[in-house]
Design a binder for this molecule. Structure first.
Ligand code: PRX
Length: 629
């Protein structure tokens, strides 16, 4: 896709009940935004002061394009703010985590219990030789221990790299190797639709060619307990039992790394987005509390997995720093039936519900009878994230789930941004199809290639003009790749998305401008799928594109040129799909493969995926002057 297209903009607008604004943490968007513009550093300074620091900052920010430092020389530990602060503020018995398993099991973890578990596990990691700055890979199902593992790393200054449990052995191996992780924390199994997923088996395979890995910590959930091999594998609970109970938080510099999280890019290798302690803490705390308008008795349910940035920021760090009660569940939205999520909302009185457009569209297809069976009146605020929320899905979510009374926040942001960047604040007029405006604290625009703002109704590139606290600091092991974000449309941060503004300044995000495919809200690089395909003995060349899908947003279609000696067949197609599944994981599986004899390429040999896509969708391929064949 290129920029400079005109978009016919929807004019529909919902004005929420003025009561929504009463008592809202940001009751007047324009005023809050102006306060930020008048004194940007003062704005962030005030928010940062709501948290506890071991030593205050000298400067709020130091900007040396494209490198930023936030809260310079300040000393902090994010877990002190997520745990100790609440323990000593009188909230020790408040519920931090409600976990619901697939079979209806429930676990309730208070802030005090979480604090104790995190300290013990932090000491257990130290006993394994983990030190400040060491990388730890976490590959776990959605259970409270996953959060304990993340916080324990942060407690001692180890840099965690959480890999989503839906990734396959090869994808996990790539991530372990790039981060040079010393420890891998996993579980014997994850649960999905009544079946067990053998996570440890995948780890066994992934650590074979990963020389940095010294130990594998295994959470054993299933009876009889899976056998642990050799000296390399240790039991999660046993090492905890043997550890000391008290672990003081490591004193971290505001700019010390907190975690890396891999996200797909336009090359075959995923990017390890690096976030640091101070700025990320302030950004996620601020947005959870002020953008989601978090109140004392809220039950906050973000349906993501901590393996994605949404889970890092809005299951773990933001909500816990803001002392929220967080609900997590290992359930899938339609198992044992499509009423399960609505039942969970009714059972636990969820007040803030944050999910993805792909889930909403799936529920839409299944019909209103499922949500209508349950009492959803506890819901106060709805949220959406991960891909464009199309107007039809907005309407359904707003009417059927929100009963026309809940503010619906379509939040645009990225792994790289760490926190919400664009949305419509609680109480502000909502426009279906539009994410909204920049949150106070952030400056965004839609521009052409030269960086000039485009008029309302004309498409362009979404950019961020000024640094913000929770911005990524670099791409792990690839600073060059980091600089590209700021050098593509200088001096701005180019998000890689296409967008359009309307007359009121509301922003509609249209989709990616590059070769990243968003399938069911998960980013997958075309190049990653292609390199998985060519790693199969039969494949000479491959190209992968996203095809619009009414539920998942996109599905993957791959075009494959076979090596001499191989013939196209249905069997081979299934074998290739299975091969990608085993290499990258189920989320990257093509739903279609077409065998071809040539691929459109530029003179320099680069596959022109947009030409394939245009042909597939019966569209005009645009400028093909660089096409060789
Ligand atoms: O294309 C945008 C899309 O998701 C991309 C970021 O993906 P990731 O780093 O995996 O983070 C997803 C969760 C924050 C963006 O470049 N995206 C995310 N939120 C929205 C969106 N597209 C449209 N509307 C959104 N609300």
């Amino acid at each position: 896709m290129s920029e400079n297209f005109d978009v016919k903009l929807e004019k529909k607008c919902y004005v929420p009940d003025p009561a929504c604004k009463e008592g809202a943490r940001i009751p007047d968007y324009e005023k809050a935004y102006q306060e930020f513009l008048d004194d940007p550093d003062g704005f962030w300074d005030r928010i940062a002061r709501e948290l506890e620091w071991f030593q205050p900052w000298k400067q709020v920010k130091e900007w040396n394009h494209p490198y930023a430092k936030w809260f310079t020389d300040a000393k902090v530990n994010i877990t002190h703010n997520c745990l100790d602060r609440h323990i000593f503020d009188g909230y020790r018995n408040r519920v931090a985590i409600i976990w619901r398993g697939e079979g209806g099991e429930e676990r309730i973890v208070t802030y005090r219990q979480l604090y104790k578990e995190v300290m013990r596990f932090a000491n257990a990691l130290k006993d394994l030789g983990v030190m400040k700055g060491d990388r730890v890979c976490i590959y776990m199902p959605l259970v409270p221990e996953q959060i304990v593992a993340m916080l324990a790393c942060a407690r001692i200054g180890a840099v965690h790299s959480v890999v989503y449990g839906g990734f396959g052995a090869n994808a996990l191996n790539t991530r372990i190797r790039d981060a040079e992780a010393k420890i891998v924390i996993t579980a014997d199994i994850g649960m999905r639709r009544g079946k067990t997923i053998p996570l440890k088996g995948i780890v066994d395979e992934a650590v074979i060619n990963a020389p940095s890995v010294e130990r594998v910590v295994v959470l054993r959930r299933k009876e009889p307990l899976v056998e642990l091999h050799s000296e390399m594998e240790v039991d999660f609970h046993e090492i905890m039992k043997a550890a000391e109970p008290v672990c003081a938080p490591e004193v971290m510099d505001s700019e010390d790394p907190l975690f890396t999280l891999y996200t797909s890019g336009t090359t075959g290798t995923p990017k390890g987005i690096l976030h640091t302690c101070g700025g990320y803490m302030v950004g996620t705390y601020y947005t959870t509390k002020y953008i989601f308008d978090l109140k004392e008795h809220d039950v906050f349910w973000c349906t993501a997995d901590p393996g994605w940035i949404t889970g890092h920021s809005y299951i773990v760090y933001g909500p816990l720093a803001a002392c929220a009660t967080v609900l997590i569940t290992e359930t899938t939205p339609d198992y044992p039936d499509p009423g399960i999520w609505w039942k969970i909302i009714e059972d636990f009185g969820v007040t803030i519900f944050y999910t993805a457009p792909t889930a909403i569209r799936m529920f839409m297809k299944l019909g209103e009878e499922w949500p209508d069976k349950y009492d959803l009146s506890s819901i106060r605020i709805l949220g959406s994230v991960g891909e464009p929320l199309n107007p039809e899905a907005f309407e359904w979510y707003y009417h059927v789930i929100g009963k026309d009374r809940c503010p619906l926040l379509d939040t645009w942001w990225q792994t790289e941004t760490g926190m919400h960047m664009i949305t419509t604040l609680v109480g502000e007029p909502m426009k279906p199809g539009f994410a909204g405006k920049a949150v106070p604290g952030v400056v965004v625009d839609v521009v052409n290639k030269a960086g000039e703002p485009v008029p309302a109704g004309t498409g362009g590139f979404l950019i961020i003009k000024e640094p913000w606290p929770s911005m990524m600091r670099t791409v792990y092991n690839n600073d060059e790749r980091y600089r590209q974000y700021w050098e593509t449309i200088p001096p701005y941060y180019a998000a890689g998305d296409l967008a359009v503004k309307d007359e009121d300044g509301y922003i509609m995000v249209i989709g990616r401008a590059d070769d990243v495919i968003i399938v069911a809200g998960h980013n997958i690089g075309s190049a990653e799928i292609e390199s998985a395909l060519v790693s199969h003995e039969s494949v000479a060349e491959a190209a992968a594109i996203g095809k619009p899908d009414p539920v998942k947003g996109n599905t993957i279609k791959a075009f494959v040129i076979l090596r001499v000696g191989y013939e196209p067949s249905e069997k081979l197609m299934h074998e290739l799909i299975y091969h990608v599944r085993m290499t990258l994981g189920p989320i990257a599986m093509p739903s279609e493969i077409e065998f071809v004899t040539s691929l459109p390429k530029t003179r320099s040999g680069k596959i022109m995926r947009r030409v394939l896509k245009a042909k597939e969708l019966g569209m005009d391929p645009g400028d093909i002057s660089t096409l060789e064949d």
